[in-house]
Structures are given as structure tokens and as C-alpha cells.
Write a new protein. Structure first.
Length: 186
């Protein structure tokens, strides 16, 4: 798996067609909990690129947040992603002020897990991982989200986290008796 990174936002091409430059999420817009995840992803990738043990880098941040045990689960999540991903992921340099799509995806995973939306988290993981790897990663996501919740670090649901495939969306609308489907019911 190749992880993409960029020094500036000008070089990055958004991977979701709905996202434009005006819609980009900036580091300054993140909460402390979200910053912990983004910085940990970036530190993990940076350590790997510079041939250092990534776990040591993220243990510091997770330790400061009071969840040092969760650094092992986070490291496992990143290892699974790095070895099993079927696409390049958009992770930025440590000092980049704009978030990459993969960084938003990881924040979304924690948010979904904290809200009990594990199916949403699994589907997001399945966007870049094969099914078995997504299942294994989901366990790690749950560990990180529970540890964060345990110390009051919550990630709320953002519109940036939700992307729907409207072509495949199936909304069940019950048919009323004796009313044709094309008529408006008032």
C-alpha cells in the first residue's frame, strides 16, 4: 500500500468529487480529540518513512491524553491499513494545515464507533480494505474509541464524514392501502 502525502493543499487533488477547495477541512477547525487522531496518523506515517518505530511516536500523544494503552490498538489499525489497503490513502505532512481524505475517514471511524454506528465504520473501512482486514480493523477502532470516551475525548458527527451513494440508496416508504403510488397523499 502506498500512502500519499502532500506538503501543501495546492498539490492535493480531492478524491471525493463533492469536495472542493472551499470545503476542505483545516486543522484549525478540529477539536482536541480530532487533532489527536490526525496528528497520530501523520506521526505514524512520518516515523515509518524515516525508518523509526511508529508506535513510539504515537505512544507519546496517546500517553498525554491518558490513553497510552490505546496506542497499541491504533498502531495495529495503521499496520493493517498499511499492509492491506487496496488504494493509496491521502495522508498529509505533519505541518500541513489541510486534512487529507484518509485523515477525515479515520476521524469518522472513531466518531461512528463512539455513536454505536459500527456498520457505518465497517463500510468506511471496506472502502480501502478487503472484508477480513476491515473486520479486524473494526476491533481496533472500537478499542481506540472506547479508550477516548473513557477520558472524555469525544468526536462528534460531522457532515464531512457522511457520503451517500444516492444511486443505491433504498428508502422504504410503506404503500398506503387503496392509494396509487403516483398520487400525493395529504
Amino acid at each position: 500500500m502506498e500512502i500519499k502525502d502532500y506538503k501543501t493543499a495546492d498539490v492535493a487533488e480531492p478524491t471525493r468529487p463533492s469536495q472542493s477547495e472551499n470545503d476542505e477541512v483545516r486543522v484549525s477547525q478540529l477539536t482536541t480529540s480530532e487533532n489527536l487522531i490526525v496528528y497520530s496518523i501523520r506521526a505514524w506515517v512520518d516515523s515509518l518513512k524515516s525508518k523509526r518505530n511508529p508506535l513510539l511516536s504515537i505512544q507519546k500523544g496517546f500517553g498525554c491524553a491518558g490513553i497510552s494503552d490505546a496506542s497499541i490498538a491504533f498502531d495495529e489499525l495503521m499496520l493493517i491499513t498499511a499492509t492491506s489497503s487496496n488504494q493509496a490513502l491521502d495522508v498529509r505532512y505533519l505541518c500541513c494545515q489541510v486534512l487529507g481524505e484518509a485523515e477525515l475517514d479515520f476521524i469518522a471511524l472513531i466518531s461512528f464507533a463512539q455513536l454505536g454506528k459500527l456498520e457505518w465504520a465497517y463500510r468506511r473501512l471496506s472502502g480501502w480494505l478487503p472484508p477480513a482486514a476491515a473486520r479486524k480493523s473494526l476491533v481496533q477502532v472500537e478499542k481506540v474509541s472506547e479508550a477516548m470516551e473513557g477520558v472524555g475525548l469525544y468526536i462528534g458527527l460531522r457532515n464531512d464524514f457522511i457520503n451517500f451513494d444516492l444511486d443505491n440508496l433504498n428508502v422504504h416508504v410503506p404503500k398506503l392501502p387503496n392509494v396509487p403510488l403516483h398520487k400525493t397523499v395529504q
